[in-house]
Design a protein around this ligand. Structure first.
Ligand code: KET
Length: 401
């Protein structure tokens, strides 16, 4: 009799489980539109040229060893990561007010930040958008924070519920933590305008709400790294404090290398250094120190202006391909005369289209057309190609007629 005989079988993850189901389907026409991972026009994962070049440099460098790196990660990587999100001219960086810790990609940055807040911040409630990335509530609950939701998406307009957002954040207790997607909101693809971000910033600062940015798609939404960092920079520019979780999984295609960083912008250099010393006490008993390879790739690229420029070109190509998939899907649906207004397919930005299809329609499309997507109706546009757009359009047409 096993000592684990009481262990129940857990359900598959709502997002990653879609790939499991996709892999088990023998159909030649199946399409995986589940996980937010970039695929080329040929439907293959992409290793960026600039990443391959950086890896060659690293492999050929005889001085490289496999020693432990510091608990906070590679110093160059941390400095360059802060610069990438805050901007090279950021006063916060100039005044050494930013503590940056290399973490295990975006998820790890969110978790370490949440554990730090649970231990050291006076408020333990975090407000997250409704809907948001499925893993957010789990990360924050497990860190001991209590999760509340603020209205974000309006199904009737398929746009931002800005009034609801302002009301809910206005009603939050002062000092509450607020999770904000820096750009390319997942799953809705709906972002506030820059004017709306300014209103959100004023409201949050007036109530001392603490911004916790999740930046997983910088450069992927607009194709520009600076444009996609504007929301973060708007807040940091006012001298206030915030946390930022950064991921290189998507914009550098380093999914499996687990490369990310947590930056905590503080009021003074002294506070930032004390904060960093306490984050080390969170990391050491959790995983002790982060992996060396992925962060070395990122640092190699960010410190060379040539490689940085090559990266921005490849990043724009990825963003542009996703935009062309949006246009092609929209045109294909229009051509079929599918009932309903589908303009949100080309209005939404980033990797995902929040189609508005319901659970039953999604199940129908999986069963009858072998389309794999999350049950909330989200599709990863990166999983589409010109060849597979017609099949998806047929499935959506059949699902709504
Ligand atoms: C908003 C957001 N934040 C953080 C992450 C985590 O990324 P990482 O750096 O790999 O820890 C993801 C991943 N999202 C896609 C993949 C996933 O669910 O893990 C997705 O939504 O499909 C996000 O969409």
């Amino acid at each position: 009799e096993s000592v684990f005989s009481n262990v129940a079988r857990a359900p598959e993850d709502p997002i990653l489980g879609v790939t499991v189901a996709y892999n088990n389907d023998p159909s030649p026409v199946k399409i995986n539109l589940g996980v937010g991972a970039y695929r080329t026009e040929e439907g293959k994962p992409l290793v960026l040229d600039v990443v391959r070049k950086a890896e060659q440099l690293l492999v050929n460098d005889p001085s490289r060893v496999k020693e432990y790196i510091p608990i906070v990660g590679i110093a160059d990587f941390n400095k360059l990561s802060a610069k990438l999100i805050l901007g090279a001219d950021s006063p916060a960086i100039a005044e050494s007010r930013v503590a940056t810790i290399q973490c295990l990609s975006g998820t790890g940055s969110l978790r370490v930040g949440a554990e730090f807040l649970k231990k050291h911040y006076h408020q333990s409630v975090i407000y997250i958008p409704k809907p948001t990335w499925g893993n957010h509530p789990k990360v924050f609950n497990l860190a001991g924070l209590s999760v509340e939701y603020f209205r974000y998406y309006d199904p009737s307009t398929r746009g931002l519920d800005f009034q609801g957002l302002l009301e809910d954040l206005g009603a939050a207790p002062s000092g509450a933590i607020v999770l904000l997607h820096a750009c390319a909101h997942n799953p809705t693809g709906v972002d506030p305008t820059s004017e709306q971000w300014e209103q959100i910033r004023q409201l949050m600062r007036s109530k001392s709400l603490l911004p916790f940015f999740d930046s997983a798609y910088q450069g992927f939404a607009s194709g520009s790294l600076d444009t996609d960092a504007q929301s973060v920079r708007t807040f940091v520019a006012d001298g206030g404090e915030c946390l930022i979780a950064k991921s290189y999984a998507k914009n550098m295609g380093l999914y499996g290398e687990r490369v990310g960083a947590l930056s905590i912008v503080c009021k003074s250099a002294d506070v930032a250094s004390k904060v960093e010393s306490q984050v080390k006490l969170v990391v050491r008993p959790m995983y002790s120190s982060p992996p060396i390879h992925g962060a070395s790739i990122v640092a190699t690229i960010l410190k060379s202006s040539d490689m940085y420029n090559n990266w921005t070109v490849e990043l724009k190509e990825m963003a542009d391909r996703i935009k062309s998939m949006r246009q092609q899907l929209f045109d294909a649906i229009q051509a079929r005369g599918t009932p309903g207004d589908w303009s949100h397919i080309i209005k939404q930005i980033g990797m995902f289209t929040f189609t508005g299809l319901n659970k039953e329609q999604v199940e129908f499309m999986t069963k009858e057309f072998h389309i794999y997507m999350t049950s909330d109706g989200r599709i990863s546009m990166a999983g589409l190609s010109s060849k597979t757009v017609p099949h998806l359009a047929d499935a959506m047409h059949a699902a709504v007629t």
